[in-house]
Design a protein around this ligand. Structure first.
Ligand SMILES: Cc1cc2nc3c(=O)[nH]c(=O)nc-3n(C[C@H](O)[C@H](O)[C@H](O)COP(=O)(O)O)c2cc1C
Length: 245
């Protein structure tokens, strides 16, 4: 396996970090790797906010549902989808920007995800561990106020980076036949395949948590999807200038 494939296939989220700092010049190299990702129509709609202040980290940890590693990680970043600078450049050319389109929300959000994953791969290739923090979207308005985000900018997720102080097993993914289809969408065999996969995930949780969590993938996902999913997001995004049409 090439080094790149091996880095990618050995990913696992890290939630416990050593105190060893991440040199700022290394972090900036990872951010440049993020900037090198493909970007829809060259739109470059990502802004990253590095959160350093202890009190701000503590607030974010609480708003994200008491995720302590937001405080203990050597680096904590907030990835924002940003259409604000596009308004600035339209102003430079006396063009009135037509904002609020769903397509613009999608391209900006996709840009952020591609950028962030490049940062993740660069950091992991250097032996660091990461954990994405979608929990920031529990309280996106508080996060936006704390970071002084203007209209047309929203926090998509956070990212902890640091030297791992744990070595969790790689979490098994769905079998390839469920995610890779040939020529058309054919899911006739998927339910049976997922039942087999459930057994693998159950075993993973049993061994990783010492029996504290016994759950299959389908139990976990069905339990999550029978609940509402952050229904505050649509009005929040509309208030920030996204998803209005
Ligand atoms: C966008 C995104 C948001 C996530 N948010 C959180 C989070 O708030 N807290 C957390 O502990 N893990 C979070 N995760 C990590 C996932 O739980 C994890 O990637 C998934 O369970 C698979 O495990 P693995 O990364 O160890 O392979 C997030 C992952 C992604 C991609």
């Amino acid at each position: 396996m090439t080094d790149t494939l091996s880095t990618l296939q050995n990913h696992r989220s890290i939630r416990k970090f050593t105190d060893e700092p991440v040199p700022q010049e290394h972090l900036e190299a990872y951010i440049r790797a993020g900037q090198a990702a493909a970007t829809s129509s060259f739109i470059q709609a990502t802004t990253v906010i590095q959160v350093n202040a202890q009190d701000q980290r503590e607030q974010m940890a609480e708003w994200a549902g008491n995720q302590a590693y937001i405080v203990s990680a050597p680096v904590f970043l907030v990835f924002c989808a940003d259409m604000r600078r596009h308004e600035l450049v339209c102003d430079m050319h006396q063009a009135e920007m037509l904002s609020g389109f769903t397509e613009q929300f999608m391209t900006a959000t996709i840009d952020v995800a591609l950028f962030a994953q490049n940062v993740v791969v660069a950091a992991e290739a250097d032996g660091l561990g990461i954990c994405y923090i979608g929990g920031l979207r529990n309280n996106p308005d508080k996060v936006s106020t704390a970071l002084e985000l203007p209209e047309l900018v929203y926090p998509v997720f956070g990212l902890c980076i640091g030297h791992p102080d744990q070595n969790p097993e790689v979490k098994p993914r769905l079998p390839l036949s469920v995610v890779l289809k040939q020529d058309r969408y054919e899911d006739g065999a998927d339910a049976d395949t997922i039942r087999d996969y459930d057994a693998a995930v159950w075993h993973y949780y049993e061994t990783r948590t010492g029996g504290n969590k016994s759950m299959t993938w389908s139990e976990q996902i069905s339990g999550m999807l029978k609940k509402e999913a952050r229904p505050h997001m649509l009005p929040f995004l509309q208030q920030r200038g996204f998803l209005r049409r």
